[in-house]
Design a binder for this molecule. Structure first.
Ligand SMILES: C[S@@+](CC[C@H](N)C(=O)[O-])C[C@H]1O[C@@H](n2cnc3c(N)ncnc32)[C@H](O)[C@@H]1O
Length: 384
């Protein structure tokens, strides 16, 4: 494994506390726990979980950077799209997992500058510490009028009408991990032996696997993620809301592309101080853990709940369809330093080697039939 920067004193104590808690959970469960339980503890344990603590996670000083932090062109493209949808829906946005609040902040400012009315901006966020930081930033940097539009909700509002937006939210859900052996599926669990966490493969194959995947051409040793918890959460969300257009933006693929023979080791990825590696048993509570979304499965859950798919495109195509090139053209090329910064940032958002093709945008409509400019060209819904 690559050499990562060392943990500081506080991070070591968090790592040790989580190790003891999870060790106890493993002992109480026999000899192993699901990876989903492990991930739930290391990311969301109330006292020590990565997302729950005070540690800097987002941006240059943290562990990872997301699209809204790279350039506000990302957010302004979504505003262009939302603006059109507001003719069919109330001007209310519900953001799931708002992180450092950059998307909300830029969206409210850009809407004000362009005279686009937003009545309410709701945030659904699991981490009290993150909410505290969001409140601080918004209170200090937004006008009172814009700040008064933001509300934090503990639950998805019953019968919600409006737009739901989530960037890099689905891939933070705890997932189970599976391995294929001789065309059968086994669960890969977590054990603790010789003073370290490790993998434990169940003795018995799973007789009826919940996610309908074709494993006939996948070799023995092929590893993949599937989160029943995510499916159940999505079902509950879709049953709670009323008339809504949802945008999920995440690293992921349609099922056929995801279950490619080359992805034999699965898609699990950890982020620590901008280093990416695949060992979830390091740096407990100090590193993020993510995986790639199976958008076909997300779309199946939505269709089973009588929703329709509004579109499915790469991030690059969504942004270009939604006016990114016009937004970039607003920068003055004679101001060389600013123009260079903006074009470099834009490049990160749309380059296939960076986020452009790996990140996808999926839209789900409930009780709303809305055509969205973001999916005008290169819509890949047929691949789902
Ligand atoms: C990877 S960060 C993405 C942050 C932000 N959307 C962005 O693009 O920068 C995931 C965010 O979702 C929040 N989160 C994770 N699971 C959640 C859940 N079940 N309910 C609400 N918020 C959650 C985390 O606390 C964090 O703010």
């Amino acid at each position: 494994m690559m050499k990562l920067p060392p943990l500081d004193k506080l991070e070591v104590s968090v790592h040790d506390a989580l190790t003891n808690k999870i060790k106890k959970e493993i002992t109480e469960s026999g000899d192993s726990i699901s990876f989903s339980s492990f991930m739930e503890s290391v990311l969301y344990d109330h006292e020590y979980g990565y997302y729950m603590g005070n540690k800097k996670k987002f941006g240059e000083e943290g562990d990872f950077i997301t699209a809204p932090m790279i350039s506000d062109i990302f957010t302004k493209c979504f505003l262009n799209v939302f603006h059109k949808s507001f003719s069919n829906l109330p001007s209310i946005i519900l953001e799931l997992g708002a992180g450092n609040g950059q998307f909300a902040f830029d969206l409210l400012i850009a809407a004000r500058q362009n005279n686009i009315q937003i009545d309410q901006y709701l945030i659904y966020e699991i981490s009290e510490n993150t909410i505290k930081k969001q409140k601080e930033i918004f209170r200090n940097k937004l006008t009172n009028e814009l700040f008064s539009k933001i509300f934090w909700v503990d639950e998805i509002p019953e019968n919600f009408d409006g737009i739901i937006f989530a960037n890099e939210f689905l891939d933070a859900f705890p997932t189970n991990i599976y391995e294929i052996k001789n065309e059968k599926i086994y669960e890969r669990k977590v054990n603790f032996k010789n003073n370290q966490f490790g993998w434990n493969i169940d003795d018995n194959a799973i007789p009826n696997f919940e996610c309908p995947i074709d494993i006939t051409n996948l070799p023995t040793g092929y590893i993949f993620e599937y989160s029943k918890k995510l499916d159940d959460w999505l079902k509950s969300l879709l049953n709670t809301v009323n008339k809504t257009q949802i945008f999920f933006v995440d690293y992921g693929f349609h099922q056929q592309e995801l279950f490619h023979q080359d992805r034999i080791e699965g898609t699990l990825m950890c982020h620590y101080k901008h280093y990416a590696h695949a060992n979830p048993f390091e740096f407990l509570g100090a590193q993020d853990i993510t995986w790639h979304i199976n958008f076909s499965q997300i779309a199946n859950v939505a269709k089973n709940e009588k929703c329709t798919i509004g579109g499915f495109v790469s991030q690059a195509n969504f942004l270009i369809n939604a006016g990114a090139l016009d937004l970039l053209a607003e920068y003055n090329p004679n101001n060389i330093s600013e123009f260079k910064t903006q074009t470099n940032a834009f490049q990160k958002l749309i380059s296939p080697a960076e986020m452009g093709d790996l990140v996808k945008v999926l839209s789900i409509n409930k009780n709303a039939d809305i055509n969205t400019m973001g999916f005008n060209k290169n819509d890949r819904t047929f691949q789902l």
